[in-house]
Design a protein around this ligand. Structure first.
Ligand SMILES: *[C@@H]1O[C@H](CO)[C@@H](O)[C@H](O)[C@H]1NC(C)=O
Ligand SMILES: *[C@@H]1O[C@H](CO)[C@@H](O)[C@H](O)[C@H]1NC(C)=O
Ligand SMILES: *[C@@H]1O[C@H](CO)[C@@H](O)[C@H](O)[C@H]1NC(C)=O
Ligand SMILES: *[C@@H]1O[C@H](CO)[C@@H](O)[C@H](O)[C@H]1NC(C)=O
Ligand SMILES: *[C@@H]1O[C@H](CO)[C@@H](O)[C@H](O)[C@H]1NC(C)=O
Length: 233
């Protein structure tokens, strides 16, 4: 009975601590939300993308605001070796109303939607010159025009040809290596057999010409030679 009681109390204790935990979490969440407060812009968990030249990449960016947005201004810049190149800009007047985006780059397309707080852009047909940092910037007049930005890095690689080349190289070298090895082994085998046979003949001659003393001195080789020699004979 005592054990049941203690069990019960421990369970209720756990429940209580769970409640406390939940309350604590709720408070922490509230505090977190409070401290976050205004606008946030983010390029997501991964702040870079590696893409092949010639491909089209999504430069992601989202915003979130607890106090809501009004006339949210945003733009995208490309940090071209220190000089900031503006790619596009727009104002989202009210939440949920799609912005009219001015695009200043021929290969950029705005693909975001204010319905999902998404201000991502696409960059078409990337070249190696497109590699670098892209800055997503936003400003919410509701919070004294505080600036917010997030950086997304584009890495352009020549992957296709690289993989092709390495794969081809690997295949060619493996196949070539195997063929070479086979040939090498065959040649070596032929040579060894050739010389062994010659050796055998010499040994045989030696054995024939020499006395038993010689045989005991290098017995094993002599025996081997003899062994090999016998089937032939
Ligand atoms: C990527 O760049 C390489 C080297 O400049 C070029 O040979 C290749 O055609 C390019 N690929 C694409 C898809 O543009
Ligand atoms: C980038 O800037 C550095 C110096 O700041 C310069 O040496 C380099 O040539 C520049 N590269 C390009 C691609 O303009
Ligand atoms: C991307 O390249 C393709 C093929 O070269 C071309 O048809 C297309 O118009 C290009 N897109 C942009 C936005 O430049
Ligand atoms: C933003 O919109 C683009 C295009 O519709 C989409 O591919 C991307 O996944 C969206 N990003 C987020 C975080 O919803
Ligand atoms: C925000 O950025 C703009 C440039 O886009 C700058 O003129 C302004 O001083 C910045 N404001 C703050 C509060 O940093």
């Amino acid at each position: 009975m005592a054990s049941v009681d203690s069990d019960g109390s421990s369970v209720s204790g756990r429940k209580r601590s769970g409640d406390l935990l939940h309350a604590g979490l709720a408070v922490a969440l509230l505090l977190g939300v409070w401290s976050v407060g205004g606008l946030e812009v983010s390029t997501g968990k991964v702040s870079f993308v590696e893409a092949m030249n010639g491909s089209t990449v999504l430069l992601p960016c989202t915003y979130s605001s607890c106090i809501g947005i009004k006339n949210l201004y945003f733009n995208w810049h490309f940090n071209n070796n220190g000089t900031m190149e503006k790619l596009c800009e727009a104002v989202i007047h009210v939440e949920g109303v799609e912005p009219k985006v001015s695009v200043y780059h021929e290969r950029v397309e705005f693909v975001g939607s204010s319905k999902s707080n998404n201000i991502s852009i696409l960059l078409y047909n990337i070249t190696f010159e497109d590699a670098g940092d892209y800055i997503c910037f936003a400003k919410n007049p509701k919070e004294k025009n505080r600036n917010h930005s997030a950086i997304f890095t584009l890495i352009v690689v020549d992957q296709v040809t690289e993989i092709d080349n390495t794969l081809t190289t690997i295949i060619v070298s493996v196949v070539g290596g195997v063929i070479g090895l086979v040939i090498f082994v065959m040649v070596v085998k032929a040579l060894v057999v050739h010389f062994l046979l010659k050796d055998d003949e010499k040994n045989k001659e030696c054995l024939v010409s020499s006395s038993g003393n010689d045989n005991t001195e290098n017995g094993p080789t002599g025996a081997k030679a003899d062994n090999k020699g016998t089937p032939k004979a």
